[in-house]
Design a protein around this ligand. Structure first.
Ligand code: PEP
Length: 261
C-alpha cells in the first residue's frame, strides 16, 4: 500500500443491533481501539442509529457510514431517506451492496444514480462490486466486475474519484451468501482487474490512487493476509464486525501492518 493512503476498515452491521445495542458496541470499541493516523475505522449501523451515534462517537476514532440511501434529494418517496438528508451525519455511504442488488433488485442504473447522489451531496460512496457464485461458475466474473464498475462510475469525474471507494466483494465469499473463503491470489487478480478498468477510464495514476477494499467473510484470523494482498487498501467486514473482540482484533491487524511498514 502507498504510504500516503489510510487503511480503511469498514464495519457493516447490516440489519442487526438496535440503537441501544449499537451504542453499547461503539462504547466497547472505543475502549479497545486506539487512534492511529494511518487507519480509518468506519461504522455502518442501521439508519435509525446514525443520528444518536453521530452525537456520541469519538470522531478521532470513528467515521460514520450509511448502509444505503435514495438517489433523489427529496420528494414523494415514502419510506426513503436521501443522501441529502444524510449529509450532516455521515462521511460515507455503502452503495450497491450485493444484498441490495439481490434482495431489492437494484439495477446497475439505480446504483449509478446513487453514486451520483452521494457525490453531489458530499458523501463518499463505498461501491461494492462482485460476481455471484453462479456468474463465477459460468466464467462471467470479469464481465460482471467490468459492467458494475463502469456503470457505477458513469459521470464520476477524475476529481470526484478521489472521494470514491471501491470494494471487491465477491457475493460467493460473503458469510450470508455462500461464505466460501476467497484465496488471496484470486482477490489480488480481481482487484488488479478493477484497477485496470479504472486506468482505462481515468489513467494510471488515478488507478493507483483510488482506494480499493476487499470484503467477504474477513475475520480476525485472516484479516492480515487479505490486508497484505497487493492493491488492497482495507476491508469491509460484516459478521465479524458485530463482535467487538473480533472487530478490534481486525483493526489491530491493520494497525500492526502499518506500524511495520
Ligand atoms: C458484507 O456483507 O459486506 C460482508 C463483507 O459480510 P461478511 O463479512 O459477513 O461476509
Amino acid at each position: 500500500m502507498k504510504p500516503d493512503k489510510r487503511t480503511l476498515i469498514v464495519a457493516n452491521w447490516k440489519m442487526h443491533l438496535n440503537v441501544h445495542q449499537s451504542s453499547l458496541l461503539v462504547h466497547r470499541l472505543s475502549e479497545r481501539i486506539k487512534v492511529h493516523r494511518d487507519i480509518e475505522v468506519v461504522l455502518a449501523p442501521s439508519m435509525l442509529a446514525l443520528q444518536p451515534l453521530s452525537l456520541e462517537v469519538d470522531r478521532r476514532k470513528f467515521r460514520l457510514c450509511a448502509q444505503d440511501a435514495y438517489p433523489k434529494d427529496e420528494g414523494g418517496y415514502t419510506g426513503e431517506v436521501s443522501f441529502a438528508m444524510l449529509g450532516d451525519l455521515v462521511h460515507y455511504c455503502i452503495v450497491g451492496h450485493s444484498s441490495r442488488r439481490i434482495y431489492f433488485n437494484e439495477t446497475l442504473e439505480l446504483i449509478r444514480d446513487k453514486v451520483q447522489a452521494a457525490v453531489r451531496n458530499g458523501i463518499v460512496p463505498i461501491i461494492c462490486i462482485g460476481e455471484t457464485k453462479q456468474e463465477r461458475d459460468a466464467g462471467e466474473g470479469r464481465q460482471v466486475i467490468h459492467d458494475q464498475l463502469t456503470t457505477a462510475l458513469v459521470n464520476v469525474t477524475s476529481k470526484d474519484l478521489e472521494n470514491v471507494v471501491l470494494v471487491y466483494e465477491p457475493v460467493w465469499a460473503i458469510s450470508t451468501f455462500d461464505g466460501i473463503v476467497a484465496k488471496p491470489d484470486d482477490v489480488e487478480k480481481s482487484i488488479a482487474y478493477m484497477r485496470m478498468q479504472v486506468a482505462e477510464l481515468y489513467g494510471k495514476k488515478a488507478a493507483e490512487e483510488v482506494r480499493v477494499l476487499y470484503g467477504g467473510s474477513v475475520n480476525e484470523h485472516d484479516a492480515r493476509g487479505y490486508l497484505e494482498v497487493p492493491g488492497v487498501d482495507g476491508a469491509l467486514i460484516g459478521a465479524a464486525s458485530l463482535n467487538y473482540h473480533q472487530f478490534a482484533a481486525i483493526v489491530d491487524a491493520a494497525y500492526n501492518l502499518r506500524i511495520k511498514a
